[in-house]
Design a binder for this molecule. Structure first.
Ligand SMILES: Nc1ncnc2c1ncn2[C@@H]1O[C@H](COP(=O)(O)OP(=O)(O)OP(=O)(O)O)[C@@H](O)[C@H]1O
Ligand SMILES: [Mg+2]
Length: 245
């Protein structure tokens, strides 16, 4: 079943088109990766999908009928955002809060959950990413990989229907990327719906069911990961993926 379907998304910054008629769909239970060179518009696309940025035009369907993005009300956007979560390149943790508080904050503040229930949910999420024993630590007492796992726990605790990841390992030292990628792999195996921007091609190839290759603000090619990585239709996809056609 299609969970999220985006169509004809457009976005310009100061008159410069950055997303040009981008369409893509994410099925429930699938991990979909977005690949492409720097400046392709991958981050802008994810930010538009989570309303951190407002697209200039396009439609979005989330488990149902398509809505023009510009016609969506604040209430509709809020309801949609409560069903989605975002994991950032730079973790975006509160530096003055413990790992546990970083996870509970969104539950108590944005969702009005009581503290005890929020703490229970947060501990379960921290446990899932292997960070429960660090619940009382502040971000500066954790490695980058551990901080990113706390950020993933924060996303999970919200029980979203989809998680957007924007290059979750690109701020990490190479030796710390593995622990974050293995947490994401576990989530994919558990059937979490994810849309992942990544430069880790080997990870993308092995974790995802579908892949989207973007360049210069447009989708060049999209399809099943196995096909895209073995017999892409476009020369450009092949050269980006280092496949000799
Ligand atoms: N807030 C902004 N204001 C102006 N231009 C922007 C803004 N955000 C992004 N851009 C421009 O939009 C284009 C796409 O940027 P974006 O960050 O989405 O690319 P990306 O594919 O995520 O690249 P990278 O792989 O380097 O993260 C770039 O040319 C960038 O300079
Ligand atoms: Mg980016």
């Amino acid at each position: 079943m299609m969970l999220l379907q985006v169509q004809h998304l457009n976005k310009s910054f100061s008159g410069k088109p950055v997303l040009k008629d981008v369409s893509l769909g994410v099925e429930t239970g699938n991990a979909t990766v977005i690949l492409g060179p720097s400046g392709a518009g991958k981050t802008t696309l994810l930010r538009c999908l989570n309303f951190l940025e407002t697209a200039d035009g396009g439609e979005i369907a989330f488990e149902g009928t398509s809505r023009p993005i510009r016609a969506m009300t604040k209430r509709e956007i809020r309801a949609y955002r409560l069903r989605t979560a975002f994991v950032f390149q730079g973790f975006n943790l509160f530096l003055n809060k413990t790992a546990l508080r970083n996870v509970t904050e969104g539950l108590t503040v944005a969702r009005g959950m009581d503290k005890k229930e929020a703490a229970e949910r947060a501990r379960a999420a921290l446990d899932r990413v292997g960070m429960l024993s660090h619940e009382d630590k502040f971000p500066h007492q954790l490695s980058g990989g551990q901080q990113q796992r706390v950020a993933i726990a924060r996303a999970l605790a919200a029980e979203p229907e989809i998680i957007f990841f924007d290059e979750p390992t690109s701020a990490l030292d190479p030796e710390l990327t593995g622990e974050v990628l293995s947490v994401m792999r576990m989530l994919a195996e558990d059937g979490m719906t994810m849309l992942i921007v990544t430069h880790e091609l080997e990870f993308a190839r092995t974790v995802s069911n579908r892949a989207v290759f973007m360049e210069d603000g447009a989708v060049v090619e999209a399809g099943e990961t196995a096909r895209l990585f073995t017999s892409p239709e476009k020369e450009r996809t092949a050269s980006f993926l280092h496949i000799t056609k």
